[in-house]
Design a protein around this ligand. Structure first.
Ligand code: FAD
Length: 334
């Protein structure tokens, strides 16, 4: 239980509950909807009640037309303004707060992405509400399930706030469909709030590989690869042979073997692919927190007592410098 609601002293609570209406905040990049943010729509559908999606950016109207096709969405609210293009939280939070108030939404959902984690707490402060972060299940309109302590405990949270602001874990709300809907499109309010922040530039790691967060296969390397050269020369051909995204443990990232954007785990990305193949990763709880929901977990490690083997479906004990090239060759021929 988070805190007493403004609603508890109001009679006819059930009548208010019937007015449940959700706003799913969708992300975009360069005018294209980010399909992983459709997890917010999937979670909103589980609440019942009408689902409205919110998009904003330079190409607001065109984005709204894409969003209108998302299955399960009844209405789109869009705002067209370059100030919201990059999702800067200082700009975006007042925008979202105004549109939530105007639309009288009871639930606001966004992905538990960098964007969602950045924007929603600020919106919660503006609306004097408490956030519920990183949910993995919707139990009812006020009760949600979320992991804590790096996934070692599961918490059931009841929120009695009038407006519930929720971020959702993408791997727990799969199946958002970008096609098949025909939502009504309306323009939202633009408060044009003064902002102290300005977008200057970004440095993005470029890759032709599948996106780590949504790939169906992930090969992930750890400290056992010993060096950046070892990491690249063994993991890249393996990933190519499997058509997989590459991930890494924090030890591999901290040692400079792999880019920070590849980190899987409590302080990295959460992934739940069909296949997660770990190579030279011991399986610390902070790493498992980011990948243990994978459908099939395979592990290669020279230490038979490495904790990764406790959750692996398939394990190979041995020297990765021998096993990985052999496996890669076999996969190429398969
Ligand atoms: P190690 O634990 O050193 O394991 C290396 C493995 O390689 C060993 O099992 C070893 O047997 C094997 N190996 C070595 N040589 C070979 C060989 N030739 N052939 C086969 N196997 C070999 N970690 C994350 O990954 N993600 C996170 O998000 C994360 N967040 C953290 C947050 C906090 C607050 C803290 C405190 C820690 C976090 N960590 C995270 C770090 C985590 O605790 C571990 O330190 C880290 O995951 C270890 O990485 P590793 O398995 O690659 O390295």
């Amino acid at each position: 239980q988070l805190r007493p609601s403004q609603f508890t002293s109001v009679p006819h609570l059930s009548a208010l509950a019937r007015l449940l209406s959700s706003l799913a905040v969708l992300e975009q990049r360069n005018g294209t909807l980010n399909t992983s943010s459709l997890a917010a729509v999937v979670a909103a559908q589980k609440l019942g009640g009408p689902v409205t999606a919110f998009v904003a950016g330079k190409a607001g109207k065109a984005l709204a037309e894409q969003a209108a096709k998302v299955k399960g969405v009844d209405k789109i609210i869009y705002v067209e303004n370059e100030a919201y293009e990059r999702g800067l939280p200082e700009n975006y939070a007042p925008l979202l707060a105004e549109n939530i108030k105007k639309g009288e939404f009871t639930h606001v959902l966004a992905g538990n992405s960098a964007f969602g984690k950045n924007v929603l707490p600020r919106v919660a402060a503006l609306l004097d509400s408490q956030m519920v972060s990183d949910i993995i299940e919707v139990k009812s309109e006020d009760t949600f399930v979320r992991p804590i302590y790096a996934g070692n405990a599961i918490l059931t949270v009841q929120s009695t706030d009038a407006i519930k602001l929720i971020t959702v874990r993408g791997t727990a709300f799969n199946g958002g469909e970008p096609e098949g809907g025909s939502a009504e499109v309306t323009e939202g309010v633009d408060p044009k709030a003064e902002s102290v922040s300005e977008w200057l530039s970004e440095d993005l790691a470029k890759s032709d590989r599948p996106d780590l967060a949504t790939a169906s296969r992930v090969v992930s390397g750890g400290r056992g690869l010993k060096s950046k050269e070892g990491f690249d020369s063994l993991m890249q051909p393996l990933a190519d042979a499997l058509g997989a995204a590459i991930g890494a443990s924090r030890a591999a990232v901290d040692s400079g073997f792999a880019d920070n954007s590849l980190q899987v785990g409590q302080t990295g990305k959460n992934v739940a692919p069909q296949l997660y193949l770990s190579v030279g990763i011991s399986g610390a709880i902070q790493h498992l927190a980011g990948m243990k929901d994978s459908k099939v977990i395979a592990a290669i490690d020279k230490d038979p007592d490495a904790p990764i083997f406790q959750i692996a479906d398939v394990g190979l004990v041995g020297d990765l410098t021998k096993i990985v090239p052999e496996l890669t060759e076999k996969l190429k021929k398969a």
